[in-house]
Every structure is written in C-alpha cells, then in structure tokens.
Design a binder for this molecule. Structure first.
Ligand code: IMP
Length: 430
C-alpha cells in the first residue's frame, strides 16, 4: 500500500493533470486538497482533449473514486458545468464516483466580484489573479464567515447565511470598490438550486479516505497550482491563497501525515509563470517566445500567455525541501527538442553575492540574477524513447544534471502530451 501526493514544484501549470492521469491506475481514490477552479488540468486521451478545473483528473478512469477534499473552494456553477461536460463525453456514468466533502467552502458571486474589483483597482500592485474568487473565499473561510457545501445543500441555512453576509459584502463592493451591489434573492434562488442538484455528491472525505487506508487501498492526492504559489512558502504576496505544498494534502483532506508514503513534485524541463511576481530566470526575448510557442504556454483557465524561462534549480530546491519531495516528474522535455544548448540556473547572484538558497525576502529575490550552467541540447525528436535508457544520451545527461542540482531523483519523464509519451523511471506506488 502507498499513498502518494502530487504537487506542482514550480509556479503551477507543470503538467500535474497528466501525471495524475497516469498514476490513477495505481490508486483507488484520487483527491483534491486545495485551490478551486483557478486550476486548469489539460488531459489528452487518444485524440480527445479534456480540460478540468475542479474535478480530479482521475475522473477519466471508470471505477476510480474522485473526492473534493475540505481544503478546496468550490464554485457550484462551474462544478455543475464540468459534471455536465464529462457526462456528455461518456464519463462519470455512476454518480458515486464523485464525492464532495461537506466542509468544502463555496465560492459565492460576491467573492468573484470582490476578486475582480480588487485586482482592477490595484494598478501596478495587482497580483494577477485568475479572477475566480479564490482569495476572498479563503479569507471568509479563515475569518469564520464562509458558506460550506453542507450549508449550500440546506436551503434554510443557506438563505440565512446569505442574508447575514450580503450587507457587508455589498457595502464593500459599493462603497470601497465602486462596483454594483448584488441581489440577495437572486443569489439565494440561483445557488439553492445548485445545492439541490449537487446534494447527492455530499460525503465525508476524511472518513472515506481513512477507510480506504484501513482496507489497504492506495490514495493519490492531487495538488493544484505550485509550491512557489503556496500562501506560506511561496513568493508572497504573489501567491494563491491556499497551502499548495504537500502538507496541505493532510489538512485539506483529514488524512494524517503518517499515512503519506511519497511526494512527487512535477516540474517542467524549463519554467513558466502566470500572473505577477518575481521570476529570476524569465526570458523576455526570442528564446522566451520560442518556449511559449513550442510549449503552447497559454493558460488553460484564463488563456493568458505564460511567462517562460530556463530551469531554475534554486527555486526547485526550495520546493524539494518544503514538500519533503521523494521524486521529481519532469514534463515537457520535448519542448526543448530543437535546442543546440540549454541553460540551467544553479545559483543566484545578488549584489555580487552568490546565493544557493531561494531568498524569503521578495525585495532580494526581485534583484537576483540567475547564474547559469550551459549544457548540450539533444537536438532531436524524443518520441521513440520508451525508457530512460532509450532516450538520447544528451537528454539522459540533462535529466541527470537536473537530479544533481535539485538533489531529487527523477521518477517520471514526460516527452509529449499523450499517455503513451511517458517514461516511468520508478513507480512511487511500489
Ligand atoms: P488566484 O489563485 O486566482 O488568487 O491567483 C493568484 C496567483 O496564482 C496568480 O498569479 C495566478 O496567476 C496564480 N495561479 C492560480 N492558479 C494557477 C494555476 O492553476 N496555474 C498557474 N498559476 C495559477
């Protein structure tokens, strides 16, 4: 038996969806533990592409149970649309395949309105959020003002909570943020209807998962966003509002740390970031554009072009440490196929000083310049490779170099978007 956490090792969009899809085969339950529909996981099965924002990627496998853990924030409208889309494609034949924990917090229309208004009023200090209401929902959760899934599905409690909350939210929207106010009865009517449609998915994630553990079944914990967007350990304030690192998997599901066996960090063979915030290896030149085009680096959720840069081992070592990472999954190796040489950032230079560690102080990070090692590219197609040994020698060297500079072994290598374009070096479930 093994329970495995998948985390983003960079700033999100590392290709977690594909790795979760591959690993689902070995698990009984796939559970999301944080974030909301700010995430976007793109999966390619055969010639069909599916983008999921909320439902665990494991849903494409019949018979696997997909759980939305208490640490997630859920937009019921988006959730219903996603269910509908999946059912139309022939997935989710049995509703018991999907479970939402009662303590999941609900993203309400005022959360979205506040998120968007704050961003547009912030000028140069904006975070570059996805505008999905994530931050304001988590604020209400820790402020003990939130509305949970268990409240949404009980019409009287839901109506009471909306009536309690809305005057304050409307005051904020109108008087502070200069936005139109929201209508109480329209919200109650619309969202109560969602609650009724969704009540069949109610479950207790902690209980179900611990039951699976006691039966000797495997669990796959599906992280969203990336370690450097973690609210505590990321590049604050340019972060998301949840615990994206492996520790979040325990608090976000109600499974104790002693049941976690492996933590696999997903990292691209280079780096991307969406939204604002420091990014030492960012390439604002032709090479950055080349990576963007070759990697199709445009957001799955917002369509925004992603910022691109060389692999940053300093940032990755930070993620290895904060997650207690046991293995790395390197994705999008094929994007580097036609490069003569590739750069890897191994340290930062800050005012003439060499830094090996990722600085906590954003003012320092902003001024850090990458120190690169340049290595040979493999400059050929990787698609024929079926194992580490059948990769071109230079590609093997690149992976070994990444292992060396991050101090973490590569357990999986992705050489294309399809399931078949994956090399499993070591299975974390074994
Ligand atoms: P929020 O999560 O919408 O509040 O956005 C906060 C920051 O996290 C912004 O920089 C977003 O671009 C970033 N972010 C949120 N979700 C994702 C994701 O799934 N991938 C990459 N970046 C994300």
């Amino acid at each position: 038996m093994a329970n495995v956490i998948i985390v983003g090792a960079q700033w999100g969009d590392e290709g977690k969806g594909k790795v979760v899809d591959i690993y689902t085969e070995y698990a009984k339950d796939v559970v999301r533990y944080q974030g909301g529909n700010n995430a976007g996981h793109t999966l390619v099965v055969g010639n069909e592409k599916t983008v999921l924002h909320l439902i665990p990627s494991g849903i494409l496998h019949e018979g696997k149970r997909c759980i939305i853990g208490n640490g997630v924030v859920l937009d019921p409208k988006v959730f219903l649309e996603e269910i509908d889309k999946l059912k139309k494609k022939g997935y989710l034949k049995n509703d018991s395949q999907l479970v939402v924990d009662g303590n999941v917090h609900i993203i309400m229309p005022y959360h979205k309105a506040i998120d968007i208004a704050r961003e547009s009023n912030s000028g140069a200090r904006k975070i570059g959020t996805t505008g999905r209401g994530i931050g304001p929902t988590y604020e209400d959760k820790v402020g003990r003002r939130g509305i949970r899934f268990i409240d949404l599905i009980r019409p009287e409690i839901f109506a009471r909570k909306v009536k309690e909350m809305l005057p304050e939210k409307n005051f904020l929207l109108e008087k502070m943020l200069g936005c139109p106010t929201l209508d109480e009865s329209a919200i109650i009517e619309e969202y109560s209807a969602y609650g009724q449609l969704l009540s069949k998915y109610l479950g207790n994630a902690s209980k179900l998962l611990n039951q699976s553990i006691s039966e000797g079944q495997n669990i796959l914990f599906e992280g969203a966003q990336g370690s450097l967007l973690d609210v505590d350990h990321g590049t604050y304030p340019y972060v998301t509002s949840s615990s994206t690192i492996a520790g979040g998997a325990c608090t976000g599901t109600g499974v104790g740390p002693r049941f976690i066996d492996a933590v696999v960090g997903i990292s691209k063979a280079y780096v991307t970031r969406v939204g604002e915030g420091p990014f030492p290896t960012e390439l604002n030149d032709e090479m950055g554009e080349k990576l963007r085009q070759a990697g199709q680096e445009f957001g799955a959720t917002t369509g925004r072009p992603r910022r691109c840069g060389w692999f940053d081992a300093v940032a990755l070592r930070e993620a290895v440490r904060t997650n207690g990472m046991t293995g790395l999954a390197i994705t999008k190796m094929d994007v580097l196929n036609d490069l003569e040489t590739i750069k890897i950032c191994t340290a930062y230079s800050y005012r003439g000083e060499m830094l090996e560690d990722f600085p906590q102080d954003l003012e320092v990070l902003k001024e850090c310049k990458p120190v690169y090692e340049e290595v040979d590219g493999w400059n050929c197609d990787l698609s024929k490779a079926t194992s580490f040994e059948t990769l071109p020698e230079k590609a093997q060297d690149y992976l070994k170099k990444l292992e060396q500079v991050t101090g973490c072994p590569a357990v999986l290598v992705s050489i294309g978007p399809r399931r078949s374009e994956t090399i499993q070096v070591k299975n974390p479930f074994n």
